[in-house]
Design a protein around this ligand. Structure first.
Ligand code: SF4
Length: 335
């Protein structure tokens, strides 16, 4: 029996290198691992918790994200790619699970806490910005996972509290209604958080430091030329410390075969930062080119993307229907 792996991603715009190295690369490995049945959810309902007033943007982002995911090499023959809102059983499960968790517990969830804090900083007033749907999204996430008997959940370390919340809901459900649901386990990605070229600990759209997989050569040039280097290196032949330089960090990340030379020359003062950045720009464009090519293909074949999503959604819905039948029977609401 294959183990069910489930992961989700919110459609918030194009994928960037943080997504690729933090999660995407791991997904590419997992799809080739025969011991797993891999489900990848485009979490549009979750995106609506933040953008309920802009459905057109969420819809556009769903297709944008689907083409990006296919462009990095996800193979629809190996991964079930589906849209969350098209599986009504997830919404049903969310309603049933909402009785199994208290508001106090949701507010204590560190991921929710952090996001509420960010909302307060942005909008100034929690009462006006934090909706019921937002506070309850860990419950909907538990429904996402259990709808497909998710056993292993690839996550970054910041997502661990959400998995724990799901495990608690499963345990409570099973203790009240009889053992019906599986408790998921987290599967930590080896490189969960990718730094920005500006030195920020995290690359993110809202932080304005993201390098998108669809960025063209000119954009890559501008972004890399503004990257943070060792601040003590003033002149071209000053020795420097590559370990505190974001340009070196990215040479490492994209696996520049010339990495050792970059490191040695930097330490000895035999390399200027402009030359080093130009080399990174070339390597990064080489790295991104196959992704850009595939993206061009899918952008000009939108019907193919829609078919892939439809097929993935049909498969996922079949599984979710099996789960909801079991759940309703356990809850004695299978009239
Ligand atoms: Fe960074 Fe390269 Fe400059 Fe060294 S030479 S500080 S690695 S950009």
């Amino acid at each position: 029996m294959k183990k069910n792996i489930l992961t989700g991603i919110r459609p918030t715009g194009n994928l960037h290198l943080g997504h690729y190295f933090g999660a995407g690369q791991n997904w590419l490995k997992l799809q080739d691992d025969e011991q797993y049945d891999f489900h990848l959810e485009i979490a549009d309902v979750q995106a609506l918790t933040d953008h309920f007033d802009d459905p057109a943007m969420v819809r556009k982002n769903v297709y944008e994200l689907a083409t990006d995911l296919l462009s990095i090499g996800l193979n629809p023959k190996k991964v079930h790619l589906y849209i969350q809102s098209q599986i009504p059983e997830i919404a049903e499960l969310t309603v049933f699970y909402s009785n199994l968790v208290t508001m106090a517990r949701l507010y204590r969830n560190p991921t929710v806490k952090t996001e509420i804090k960010q909302k307060k900083e942005l909008f100034g007033n929690e009462g006006e910005s934090v909706t019921y749907g937002f506070v309850g999204y860990p419950v909907s996430q538990a429904a996402d996972i259990t709808a497909f008997d998710g056993e292993l959940i690839p996550v970054g370390d910041d997502q661990l509290p959400l998995i724990e919340q799901c495990r608690e809901i499963v345990r409570k459900f099973n203790s009240i209604y009889g053992v019906t649901l599986k408790e998921p386990e987290p599967l930590l990605s080896p490189t969960p958080r990718i730094k920005g070229l500006d030195g920020n600990d995290k690359m993110g759209k809202s932080l304005g430091n993201a390098i998108y997989l669809v960025d063209d050569e000119e954009t890559i040039h501008k972004k890399v030329m503004n990257a943070i280097t060792d601040p003590d290196k003033i002149k071209k032949d000053d020795p420097a410390n590559p370990e505190i330089c974001m340009v070196y960090y990215y040479h490492k990340l994209i696996k520049n075969p010339n990495l050792e030379t970059v490191c040695e020359e930097c330490k000895k003062g035999h390399r200027g930062c402009v030359q080093c950045k130009k080399e990174l720009i070339t390597k990064m464009n080489e790295f991104l080119e196959p992704i850009r090519e595939k993206k061009k293909y899918y952008d000009t074949h939108p019907e193919e993307v829609k078919e892939i999503l439809q097929e993935g959604t049909n498969h996922a819905r079949g599984k979710a229907k099996e789960t909801i039948t079991k759940v309703k029977k356990a809850m004695q609401i299978d009239y």
